[in-house]
Design a protein around this ligand. Structure first.
Ligand SMILES: C[S@@+](CC[C@H](N)C(=O)[O-])C[C@H]1O[C@@H](n2cnc3c(N)ncnc32)[C@H](O)[C@@H]1O
Length: 220
């Protein structure tokens, strides 16, 4: 029988990271500084950051979109992977969190690739659509407030080109999506989007059990 579970023991996860993550001191320090914050667990893991960079590289991404930037780790991974030609629009509502992101982007030499838009993600995406940016992005990463996930997905689907990729984070929500007793707003929102994506013929789909679960949706 194929191995099916996602719960890696700590020592196996550490082995995985030690044998795959191509780290650098700036990324390591950003992870360490973020880990000290009360909401530090919102940051994606080093292995997921590298996975996203690889995805961006595989599709030759030059324009990327991120909804939910926090202290900048996922955006740093994608911006680095796209190289100097890459450009990224990052959406967040927090000046406090993203001031940390800006500091690390500058230090890593990717600040000129990243355009941070502060404000509700749906509004920023609507402005991009109104500005004629539909179909202009290669890659989108959705990782902000869960109750807006469907709104982000529908907008991202318009903003990415055919063949472009949307990655959606936290689709397993610590396993809560599979617990029918859990009817909290965040769980219900993620579960609804998962149900919809499972039969959404506008995309090719894979749900990957990395981190807290990532759905990859390639636009037809
Ligand atoms: C899970 S964190 C993102 C983690 C980030 N991708 C990383 O790997 O470090 C979610 C972020 O979404 C932001 N956020 C929450 N509500 C938002 C909204 N309505 N619009 C845009 N961003 C929002 C939060 O401020 C927070 O920084």
């Amino acid at each position: 029988m194929a191995v099916r579970n996602i719960g890696l023991p700590d020592n196996v996860y550490e082995y995985l990271v030690a044998h795959s993550v191509r780290d650098n001191p700036i990324k390591r320090r950003l992870r360490e500084e973020t880990a000290k914050l009360p909401l530090g667990m919102m940051q994606i893991g080093a292995d997921q950051g590298q996975f996203m960079g690889l995805l961006a590289e595989l599709i030759g991404a030059r324009r990327a979109l991120e909804i939910g930037t926090f202290t900048g780790y996922s955006s740093l991974c994608v911006a680095e992977a796209m190289g100097p030609q890459g450009r990224m629009i990052c959406c967040d509502i927090s000046e406090e969190f993203t001031s940390i992101a800006r500091r690390y982007w500058r230090e890593a030499g990717v600040a000129d690739r990243i355009d941070l838009r502060l404000g509700p993600g749906t509004e920023t995406l609507d402005k991009l659509l109104a500005a004629g940016e539909a179909g202009k992005f290669d890659f989108a990463f959705i990782d902000a407030d869960k109750t807006n996930y469907d709104a982000y997905y529908e907008r991202a689907l318009k903003l990415v080109r055919a063949g472009g990729l949307i990655a959606i984070d936290n689709v397993l929500w610590g396993g809560d999506v599979a617990n029918p007793q859990d009817k909290s707003d965040d769980t219900v929102a993620i579960r609804r989007l998962n149900d919809k994506l499972a039969k959404d013929d506008r995309v090719t789909l894979a749900m990957v059990s990395i981190g807290d679960g990532v759905t990859l949706a390639r636009k037809h």
